[in-house]
Design a binder for this molecule. Sequence first.
Ligand SMILES: [Zn+2]
Length: 140
Amino acid sequence: MPIQRIDCAEGNTVLAAGRTIGAVKGPPITISCECGRTRLVPYGESWECEECGRRWNTRQIPQADYEGLLRRIRRYRLEILGLAFLALAVFIPLIVFVNQSFVFLAAILAFAWMFLYMPFWRRRVRRAAREAPSWNLRPE
Ligand SMILES: [Zn+2]
């Protein structure tokens, strides 16, 4: 899932792909060096390019900006979890206590979820990633 685009000082565009590892860590930021190397760097850490020795520090990205990005990602995740929970909360009692044939309706809805809602959701996440801020980093 592409998360972040960062432009380094000379205007090199960087694509950052990332997934959250644990609850606290955010998506790593991909820094592309002027010499063409790229590296995934967790926010808060710096990276010294093996090729040319330039140092890139992700702390140059304002923390508020990075937290804004985290909040947006979290919101999309919560939406999925909330909807999944709601569907379970509705269908499990219906199937268990009302009528087992609700299983078929649940299956149809699960199908619609997979093939209609998820592509829509992914499109929105991708759009959010494209609109994510990009920053100019200076080598240290
Ligand atoms: Zn380099």
